[in-house]
Design a protein around this ligand. Structure first.
Ligand SMILES: [Zn+2]
Length: 457
């Protein structure tokens, strides 16, 4: 893959120790709590200490005065490859999305376009304070497309998992060959930022017999599985898989809208993880089921899903899930005759947890990231509160849930490495990134035609 001048080398020379000074530190770790003012010492890739006053003379200093420090957001579900065709589906139904994106534009993608989509999409995520994501890559018609998707994420410097979408027209042996090839070439080190998973079309598109074989193969290879369920009502996908003994903690279910009531119990019973994407669900799939999941003891993670229809930051997902749950709760109280409810249906911190530690659980990295805890990896975001939408700062947790925006994200660190500083990504040449994105977008639209309703600039 030719990267030209896109990646910048050695822009920031970091000491092996970094000291983040004088930030308002929200650890999201219940045992540690929050600090109005504290320092964070990073040694190598790890958080060494969080304390009101730390002095380390030889550390690289990061001034976090007027900043709120939070764990990096963790996106539990995103089709990152779609970044260069962003915004085209803002007025699409799910049917339109399937016709135009999945049956149309997707088919002209070269491996290079998957690379550009994943690179651009991961940079967008990092820029907005997302330090890990689950990339559900359903644009893998060839091995080369999968390789390109992986390289896009790797070059962007994001943490997470690349979920290869199994092609149902391939034999089990061919699929096994591809998965083993990807593992051998790209995922040999267990301490790498990126891991491999398998995205299966699932019972809403794949016959149960084939799905069963696919899931057994994933388990033989030790690979986690993710499946969309509930996109279509009345399919009973979860019930079918539960009764067939296919569900377990290594399975991630996406959306879970439109399930029958008993199926939510199966979700809880089987120990699967769940990712919901409030914005795309409200437009195309159905009512987000956060409350139904919480009622059976399942905490979902949040995901952007598709930037063809909405922005790629997690601030919006947090905001949506929080206010939706509050609305449902309030309506429920009124419906049951309570005129003035004494509590809200969800707190700001609960919503932020879904976008951080619960995402880490989906990715199987909750021992590593998801909270600011000494011993964990240093994935964190500094949010500047001297901007007009946040100043003066009177409620840091509430502000992070309901008021902050990407424009307030000053700095982002992944595994102790500075990815964004002073409002700018430090490891890429942005002019080159934009040019690469524009060329890829132009190629895709030239090959397939400009999607209806869009006005490319
Ligand atoms: Zn999806």
């Amino acid at each position: 893959m030719e990267l030209g001048d896109v990646l910048l080398e050695g822009v920031v020379v970091m000491s092996s120790k970094t000291l983040i000074k004088n930030g308002c530190v929200l650890t999201f770790d219940k045992r540690i709590g929050n600090y109005t003012k504290a320092d964070i010492l990073i040694e190598g890739s790890k958080i060494k200490a969080i304390h009101p006053q730390i002095e380390v003379p030889d550390a690289h200093l990061v001034d976090a005065t007027n900043m709120i420090v939070i764990p990096g957001f963790i996106d539990g579900h995103r089709h990152t490859w779609e970044a260069a065709i962003r915004e085209i589906a803002t007025d699409f139904t799910f049917y339109d999305y399937e016709q135009v994106v999945l049956r149309g534009l997707r088919n002209v993608y070269r491996p290079h376009d998957v690379f550009v989509g994943n690179f651009l999409g991961a940079l967008e995520a990092l820029n907005s304070g997302v330090t890990s994501l689950l990339d559900w890559c359903h644009n893998t018609p060839t091995f080369a497309h999968a390789e390109a998707g992986i390289m896009g994420l790797k070059h962007a410097g994001i943490r997470g998992s690349f979920y290869y979408n199994v092609q149902d027209n391939l034999s089990m042996n061919e699929t096994r060959h591809i998965l083993c090839g990807l593992l051998e070439r790209y995922f040999t080190h267990s301490d790498d930022l990126l891991h491999l998973g398998v995205a299966l079309t699932g019972p809403e598109g794949t016959p149960m017999e084939l799905l069963t074989q696919q899931m057994h193969m994933c388990r033989e290879l030790g690979l986690p599985i993710s499946i969309h369920v509930g996109d279509i009502p009345n399919i009973k996908s979860v019930k079918k898989m539960y009764k067939a003994g296919l569900l377990g903690p290594d399975v991630n279910l996406v959306h879970c809208t439109n399930l029958e009531e008993e199926e939510y119990k199966y979700v809880a019973d089987s120990g699967v993880t769940v990712a919901i994407s409030p914005a795309s669900e409200m437009q195309m799939i159905g009512i987000p089921v956060t409350g139904k999941l919480l009622n059976v003891g399942v905490k979902p993670s949040l995901g952007v899903d598709s930037v063809t229809a909405m922005a790629g930051d997690m601030f919006m997902q947090v905001r949506l899930v929080l206010q939706l749950e509050r609305m449902f709760y309030l309506q429920g109280q009124w419906d049951s005759g309570v005129d003035t409810p004494k509590i809200l249906g969800m707190s700001s911190q609960q919503a932020l947890d879904l976008a951080t530690i619960e995402g880490a659980r989906v990715l199987g990295i909750d021992q590593k990231v998801g909270t600011l805890t000494p011993g964990k990896d240093a994935d964190l975001t500094l949010v500047r509160y001297t901007d007009l939408n946040l100043f003066p700062m009177n409620n840091p947790v509430g502000a992070m849930a309901l008021c902050a925006e990407t424009m307030n994200v000053d700095s982002v660190f992944v595994s102790g490495r500075a990815i964004k500083r002073h409002g700018q990504l430090v490891h890429v040449n942005m002019d080159q990134v934009l040019q690469m994105a524009r060329e890829s977008r132009d190629y895709i639209f030239t090959m397939r035609g400009v999607p209806y309703g869009s006005k490319p600039l």
